[in-house]
Design a protein around this ligand. Sequence first.
Ligand code: XMP
Length: 513
Amino acid sequence: MDIKKESVLIMDFGGQYSQLIARRVRECSVYCELRSYKITAAEIKEAGYMGIIFSGGPNSTYEENAPKCDPAIFRLGIPILGICYGAQLMAQSLGGKVEKSDSREYGKTEVECNTSSLIFHAAKAKSVTWMSHTDYISKVPHGFKITAISESCPVAAMEDIKNKYFALQFHPEVNHTEQGMLFLRNFLYNACGCTAEWKMSSFVSSTIEQLKEKIGSKKVLCALSGGVDSSVAALLVHKAVGKQLTCIFVDHGLLRKDEGDEVENVFRKQFDMNLIRVNAQERFLTKLEGVSDPETKRKIIGEEFIRVFEDEAKKLGKIEYLCQGTIYPDVVESGAGEAAVIKSHHNVGGLPEDVGFEGIIEPLRDLFKDEVRQAGLELGIPEFLVWRQPFPGPGLAIRIMGDITEEKLEILKDADAILREEIAASGLARSVGQYFAVLTGIKSVGVMGDGRTYDNTIAIRAVTTTDFMTADWARLPYDVLEKISSRIINEVRSVNRVVYDITSKPPATIEWE
Ligand code: XMP
């Protein structure tokens, strides 16, 4: 089955929720693509989309340089749903009027809708929606009728049922809009005729088939980090071409306790993959000797990673393809949606371009993170790997303040392992976005038994976040913190104090360096 057969286009006008719209559409089991608003009608026709959604955006439609769509899109005969800015753009493009209001309508807003409208089919007439706009549609275009109103918005929704054009002033994609998913489903299933066939299992099987065809008898190389993206990408390729894939796992020695062995076990023993583990701890530690500046550490690790990878790759002779775990949010540039940005693997400094590959293979380019996880589970990757919290490429090097030594690494690994065990035992692992220990570089006085100590301070960092751009410090229960603290003091040598970081981001960052 061609899973992309039924595909919907989301045109990105720079709204903050564009990616969220895409996720919601996928949650309705409909495949979709987020593209720049600059896409032409000819490109849309060629791609065969069954529906189009105009996203929101920060501009006013009547501004001179406001983003507009190719007007020929309205002649394609494809159903269109405009959201917020997209609704206003639809109104203005088709002969209606958009004006600036004296006040901004923002937040939860009750809307009354006409339930005989296709979009509001089976909905409650009155419900809460999420509004965020100053401009409003003051006149609907010819052929449209108003299908919803709010107290301060005369056109909360409108439709031209003949052409299947629908416009919502509010955001159906955010959770605050009570019936938002119903409205989206009505558009996707009833207006566009999509049949909800996008399933992870079909994605996995069809991707494997496509990879088999593309790769043929050629060879593929992959830099495996043990993170979920590179693991799933590699496994898809492995399922397609088996031992034609070689994975290089550079263990820089800055991984968490036992992590290197876990990665090796899963991929070599469970999946019988061609895995080369390069134990390069000494190489990295030598390069990092005496270096305290965080950015210098990152740079050294990134560069050294490339060197090690290149050295190994050269030993393997000619390899045609490089496999990367690029995922959809890495590809899509929000806003103007100009050039697609290929993940530069900022965590490892970027892979070498001159190794001489014929092409790049990125099987996860169309997936969001949670979909990558689903694919991972579908492929049988163990849950601990699939649900692994993000881990920075430079690893523990940016969690040790000051220079890095083997001894400091051991202390931090042990403390961090205890923290992870206790978070897992408390059942909080999935609700806390990221948690780790930091070796602060501070020594302080303590007393143990009858003796005075002068030893290291470990900081515990735990945050809740959805996007890692902002984060709140996690309100870990005191008894969990107490257990973590006492275990670290008792079980990790050279630590006599544990502190909890109660700073949010901003102003702090999640990592300490
Ligand atoms: P910050 O500290 O900037 O972290 O609030 C946000 C997220 O990014 C991760 N992070 C990195 N990831 N290389 C990476 O691959 C890095 O140099 C790096 N620095 C931070 C961090 O773990 C968090 O998830």
